[in-house]
Design a protein around this ligand. Structure first.
Ligand SMILES: [Zn+2]
Length: 169
């Protein structure tokens, strides 16, 4: 028997083969002592490993500790995932909200109200600019008056300080 099933024995042992493959391996094992011995060896190794694993004295609660760590990592991953989800979700929601508001008739009222306010303030600003630019005389008068007021203030302050020094002496 030349077509040995060596490479399939491990998979056969673990039940990883398809029904057809398993049947083929089984048929071969019936006739080939070499492959049957290999299977026996593998089975014995597996049994020894299982026994060795069971003989390891694990500290009490180690399974619980491992599971706690796994759960914590899972929780953290979920939180990170939800954070990134929110980072994408928020702008989408805002965009959708903006579209919705734009499509709502109330928005037009709000928009017209806002634009009316804007137009009024723009008109006031324009009027003030026109008054100032068309009346440079008024502006210069205001500057002169302001300068006079400042000069008078400084003069009276100096007088006040001078009087103080006189009183101090
Ligand atoms: Zn064989």
């Amino acid at each position: 028997m030349n077509n040995h099933v060596t490479e399939f024995i491990s998979a056969y042992m673990d039940g990883e083969l398809s029904e057809e493959e398993a049947r083929h391996v089984e048929a071969h094992l019936q006739e080939c002592q070499s492959c049957q011995e290999q299977l026996d060896d593998l089975l014995s190794i597996k049994a020894q490993m299982a026994a060795a694993y069971q003989s390891i004295d694990l500290p009490d609660g180690i399974a619980e500790s491992v599971m706690t760590v796994i759960h914590q990592e899972e929780k953290e991953r979920t939180r990170h995932h939800s954070l990134t989800k929110w980072a994408v979700f928020i702008p989408v929601v805002l965009a959708a909200l903006f579209l919705l508001i734009q499509l709502t008739p109330g928005f037009y009222f709000g928009m017209s109200f806002a634009s009316t306010l804007f137009n009024i303030s723009l008109s006031i600003f324009h009027a003030v600019t026109v008054i100032i630019s068309s009346l440079p005389y008024v502006l210069s008068m205001v500057v002169v008056i302001a300068g006079l007021i400042i000069a008078i203030s400084i003069w009276s302050l100096r007088r006040l300080l001078e009087t103080r020094t006189i009183f101090d002496d």
